[in-house]
Design a protein around this ligand. Structure first.
Ligand SMILES: [Zn+2]
Length: 342
């Protein structure tokens, strides 16, 4: 089968297109014929390597995907050959107190498909049966590969961690990113007012179409000044952040009293500076978040089927053009998700 494979960490040349044997489903596993695979910022870390963390190599990257079940291994129930499915990328033990209370991403054994084991960017993916969920009928394979990881991440951040509620004002950093375009919709769905930051003028209308009331071009204006202006110097209740270092200090200053900064990543670097005086005197909360639960993913897939939430697809590339997708993520010249067609 045709597959992307990373044998050594590095630049775009590390993304090799190779011919691998088609996988066979073992006990508790399924093989899915991938119709569309999603790309995520995580893929760039898997390609480059993560300082201080040893990732298994060689690796087939890709956390998101949708397709048709091709083969079912022994001991699998509830999944059949021919089922339309999407991939739930979280790996966890399923037995510990965290898993059993719906906080799988806090499991000691937590991992992500395409980072800790082979992923979806291939013609076929070998997956634990627990990691495929039914793809609701109205959704295309491309839609099924576009929404899971980013919507789950954004939902868990805003709903489970930051407790978004009607009337909240929410600043969404990188509103044009996969996770940002999900966050705008989820915050709106919960009755919040959304201010989004974007890096180019062409993205203004696009984030407004998703539900942002205001868009700040961070290349032309200081987002902290703009947030103060747009909120009458009050600040926002929630800052939704995946940027990290570059915006950290100003994000904390953009919060209203009692505000929450919720973070799921550090695309600009991971050494943020916190002025602790702001933290205690203004009653701020800093919340970390990673992925979410399968239960949340089922809720999201139902809302996708009902079109209350919509995946945002930037482009679909043939598998061979994967480097173009990595470049677009690095240069932030995308709006929403990039998909690969094996
Ligand atoms: Zn567990």
């Amino acid at each position: 089968m045709k597959s992307v494979q990373i044998r050594e960490h590095g630049g775009y040349e590390a993304l090799q297109i190779v011919d691998l044997p088609k996988p066979e489903a073992g006990t508790g596993q399924v093989v899915v014929q991938i119709k569309a695979a999603g790309m995520n910022h995580l893929d760039t870390w898997v390609r480059r390597g993560i300082p201080g963390m040893k990732l298994p190599l060689p690796m087939i990257p890709g956390a998101d995907g949708a397709g048709i079940v091709e083969q079912v291994g022994a001991g699998v129930s509830g999944v059949q050959k021919g089922d339309r499915v999407f991939v739930a990328a979280g790996l966890s033990c399923g037995r510990c107190e965290r898993c059993l209370s719906g906080w799988e991403s806090l499991c000691r054994e937590f991992g992500i498909i395409g980072e800790h084991c082979n992923g979806t960017q291939a013609e076929y993916a070998l997956l634990p049966a627990a990691n495929v969920l039914p793809l609701p009928e109205p959704l295309s394979f491309e839609e099924g590969a576009a929404f899971p990881l980013v919507f789950l991440t954004a939902w868990h951040m805003l709903v489970a961690r930051a407790g978004v509620r009607p009337g909240d004002q929410v600043l969404v950093h990188a509103g044009g990113s996969g996770v940002g375009s999900a966050a705008i919709q989820i915050a709106r769905l919960h009755g919040a007012r959304v201010i989004a930051t974007i890096g180019s003028r062409e993205k203004i209308d696009k984030v407004k179409a998703l539900g942002a009331e205001e868009a700040i071009n961070y290349r032309e204006a200081d987002f902290l000044e703009e947030v103060r202006r747009l909120t009458g110097r009050r600040g926002v209740d929630i800052v939704f952040d995946s940027i990290g270092q570059e915006t950290w200090d100003r994000s904390l200053k953009a919060l209203a009293r009692g505000g929450r900064l919720v973070n799921c990543g550090a695309t600009s670097g991971y050494q943020g500076t916190t002025d602790i005086r702001y933290l205690f005197s203004r009653g701020l909360s800093i919340l970390g978040s990673t992925m979410g639960s399968r239960s949340e993913l089922l809720t999201i897939s139902r809302m996708m089927a009902g079109r209350q939430l919509r995946p945002v697809i930037d482009r679909v590339l043939p598998l061979e053009k994967i480097a173009e997708g990595h470049r677009a993520m690095a240069e932030r010249t995308l709006f929403g998700k990039i998909l690969l067609r094996p």
